[in-house]
Design a binder for this molecule. Structure first.
Ligand SMILES: [Zn+2]
Length: 461
């Protein structure tokens, strides 16, 4: 045993040259990380006008939806939750219903984000029965007196935000970019659903071509709204292994659904149609050079089997649609190792850490370090809140800066990075990789840049 430990120490000394980074260099890195504007790859922020229109805002904004999800896991019954969100309750009364489940959940990352936001944005260091009135009053005032969302984004240094809000165009002003979902065209189990999807596009449904036409029209709407990405979270409803299906097979399923109009069919029966629609959607993305964001890993809400959203199920799509860039969201928690392999092996697959700090900052720190061993630094998009309310986004922004600093400075201390590399990586992770991935500011992902003509390269003499 002793001999083994000595061997390990020798191995560390040889393979990992420990060159304690200069404290000044670490300070420079710290400043680079703190100053870097953030590119936020994924949010669902409720519009400020909707929130200002709510009767009275209170601490609940800090709990929706992930802390609630955690408290449900801690044991909060649905019936009690429904009582707790009744309008008209005083903040204190409302909080008492949450209190035992909040206390039980306080160790989690989700609850920590709520407390960081309460402390930094509203000056309330701890969420409990004594502080809840003050916190709620301050939150209500912040929203009623101004644009609390804009203010928090600015305070967090967030320059751009990709919003996933269905087909609603993002607020004007340039800070917000639009990602759109078309997955309801894919997620088909019955004929009525297809009729509704088609009629929303002004298409009368008769055959599969009509349905494809409706998807084309919806997609054209997204292009008109200047979407920068297509988003899919279908892992919530089915496994991510989309397989090639012929149009004939898809049309047969279509005919079956039409014939049994009132019946809801299981995935097994409708799969060729779903897969065919997904391929059609990805074909559109490829044609219009639009990247695709895919939810991978943990599915929020109880009872969903996580195995169906393993990123390794997607590799067939990466090969079949080489013109599409895929962004695998949420660090695929808990499939970090498989995610690294998938992203390493496919030039058109990227890795994204949105929401991850609300799940497990420990996993994020551990895996970011590991990913940097295997995955080229330009393929990691570090920041995204995946939040409905900006308080969560704000809290994650500070945490992500700290995490990037800790991981990169750790690698400097271990002699794996010099300062210049670490600074470039930091800016890439926090901002520049996402700018290239979403093709903003005239940038392109590295593997989409034009290949220089061979005769333009001068042979060495
Ligand atoms: Zn999301």
């Amino acid at each position: 045993m002793m001999f083994r430990s000595v061997l390990i120490l020798i191995w560390i000394a040889v393979v990992l040259p420990v060159s304690a980074a200069e404290p000044e260099a670490l300070d420079v890195l710290r400043r680079t990380v703190d100053k870097c504007p953030l590119f936020d790859t994924h949010e669902h922020l409720s519009p400020i006008t909707d929130l200002q229109g709510r009767d009275k805002l209170d601490f609940r904004l800090l709990f929706e939806p992930y802390v609630v999800d955690t408290m449900r896991s801690a044991g909060m019954p649905m019936a009690l939750y429904e009582q707790a969100i009744q309008p008209g309750l005083e903040a204190k009364e409302r909080f008492r219903l949450f209190a035992p489940y909040w206390e039980a959940s306080r160790n989690t990352a989700a609850a920590r984000l709520a407390e960081i936001a309460a402390r930094d944005l509203y000056g309330v260091p701890r969420i409990d029965v004594d502080s809840i009135q003050l916190l709620s009053r301050r939150m209500n005032k912040a929203y009623k007196q101004g644009d609390a969302i804009e203010k928090a984004l600015k305070q967090a240094g967030i320059e751009r935000v990709v919003l996933d809000m269905g087909s609603k165009p993002p607020p004007a002003g340039g800070r917000f970019l639009h990602a759109e979902r078309f997955e309801e065209f894919v997620h088909v189990h019955d004929y009525g659903h297809m009729q509704r999807m088609a009629s929303a596009q002004g298409v009368k449904l008769g055959d599969l071509d009509d349905y494809l036409n409706a998807l084309d029209k919806a997609f054209a709407g997204g292009l008109a709204r200047r979407m920068v990405a297509v988003k899919s979270a279908l892992g919530y409803h089915r496994p991510l292994d989309y397989r090639p299906a012929s149009k004939v097979a898809a049309a047969q399923v279509f005919a079956m659904l039409k014939k049994h109009e009132d019946k809801d069919f299981p995935l097994k029966a409708v799969r060729p149609l779903q897969d065919f629609m997904m391929f059609h959607l990805l074909g559109l993305s490829q044609k219009h050079k639009l990247p695709v964001q895919i939810h991978t890993g943990l599915l929020t809400g109880s009872g969903k089997p996580v195995a169906r959203s393993n990123p390794a199920l997607l590799t067939g799509l990466f090969d079949r649609f080489p013109g599409v860039d895929f962004c695998l969201l949420h660090g695929s928690y808990p499939f970090g190792g498989q995610l690294a392999v998938v992203v390493k092996n496919h030039a058109n697959a990227y890795l994204d850490l949105s929401w991850l700090l609300g799940l497990s900052p420990s996993y994020a720190a551990r895996y970011l370090d590991e990913w940097l061993d295997l995955v080229p630094g330009n393929k990691i998009l570090a920041f995204g809140g995946d939040a409905i309310h900006v308080e969560w986004t704000y809290a994650q922004a500070g945490m992500m800066r700290e995490l990037v600093f800790q991981v990169l400075s750790g690698r400097m201390r271990r002699g794996l990075l010099d300062l210049e590399q670490a600074q470039r990586l930091a800016k890439g992770l926090l901002r520049d990789n996402a700018r290239a991935f979403f093709r903003v500011d005239g940038l392109l992902p590295l593997h989409r840049r034009p290949v220089p003509k061979l005769n333009a390269i001068k042979p060495a003499k």
